[in-house]
Design a protein around this ligand. Structure first.
Ligand code: IMJ
Length: 272
């Protein structure tokens, strides 16, 4: 590695569930570039997976933190203040909706699930930003992850699409709030990934194949590519960029309708 873009920077990574997680892909890239990181996990089943990963890159701080609990967030940032005094970046890669409502009609979403999905998938980022800003005494950068379903209707995404729309809007409001403190806030809208959150989605195989073939680059994206994008946003490469929602999806979001050859290819491969 020629230039260590994250040397001397410290930050917290929230949302590693296993080694396929977007948050872990980001952490590996940031580590290669010299970042020092703390990791959080929701509860113990995840802790067992996160601790060895964190250890493998020399991370000393691994803390249980349910991002929907105010007291857990208070404890997290109190610990970071005590251990570090200040910090430079946040990676928020957390979402949840009841899986029974990630299928069927959107209008069937219950109030309880709507509020819970909004709380965990949207409000948690704002709640983190509110606390993290006080430790970003030399400026900083925060990222969260979104999905095309925030802006266009995708089958089965339902309440998550509404929560991601609110998340993207909150990125813009936070960018304005925190701009004067030289803290930047952006979201990365990733193409479909085979992660825990991307597994077991209704019609997943079909959707994955369609999106891959219909995208301009015609291939799936990799965790390394998301890591590289996160590196851009969290390092000084992007110091004039804030409030953005940046697509990293092999270009799928710009397409209208696939060419005939693409339909033929998809139809031919459906026999397999
Ligand atoms: C999720 C559901 C429906 C369609 C979907 C997805 N598409 C994609 C995803 C097309 C790409 C994955 N994604 C972008 C998400 O944001 C997933 C969030 C999610 C996943 C689960 C699965 C397990 C569970 N609750 C979840 N909550 C949120 O119980």
């Amino acid at each position: 590695m020629s230039a260590k873009l994250m040397q001397g920077k410290r930050g917290v990574v929230m949302g590693v569930a296993n080694d396929h997680s977007i948050a872990w892909g980001v952490a590996k890239t940031l580590h290669e570039h010299g970042a020092e990181m703390a990791f959080t996990y929701q509860d113990e089943p995840f802790g067992k997976r996160v601790r060895p990963l964190a250890e493998s890159i020399g991370a000393k701080i691994v803390i249980q933190c349910d991002a929907s609990k105010e007291e857990d967030l208070d404890r997290l940032f109190a610990t970071l203040k005590q251990e570090w005094g200040s910090m430079d970046f946040v990676v928020h890669s957390i979402a949840y909706a009841d899986k029974n409502e990630l299928k069927g009609d959107y209008f069937d979403t219950s109030l309880a699930n709507f509020l819970n999905a909004m709380h965990i998938s949207c409000f948690s980022f704002t709640a983190v930003a509110k606390r993290a800003k006080d430790l970003m005494t030399k400026g900083g950068s925060m990222i969260t992850f979104s999905y095309l379903g925030a802006e266009r209707v995708m089958p089965n995404y339902n309440v998550m699409g509404v929560a991601k729309a609110a998340l993207e809007a909150s990125v813009r409001y936070l960018a304005v709030d925190l701009g004067p403190k030289n803290i930047r806030v952006n979201s990365i809208s990733a193409g479909p990934m085979r992660t825990l959150a991307g597994a077991a989605i209704g019609g997943g195989r079909h959707l994955f194949k369609f999106i891959t073939k219909a995208s301009p680059l015609g291939r799936p994206l990799t965790l390394e590519e998301l890591g590289n994008t996160a590196l851009y946003f969290l390092s000084d490469l992007s110091t004039a960029v804030t409030g953005e929602n940046h697509y990293v999806d092999c270009g799928f979001n710009i397409t209208g309708m696939p060419r005939q050859e693409t339909f033929d290819e998809i139809a031919a491969s459906n026999g397999n």
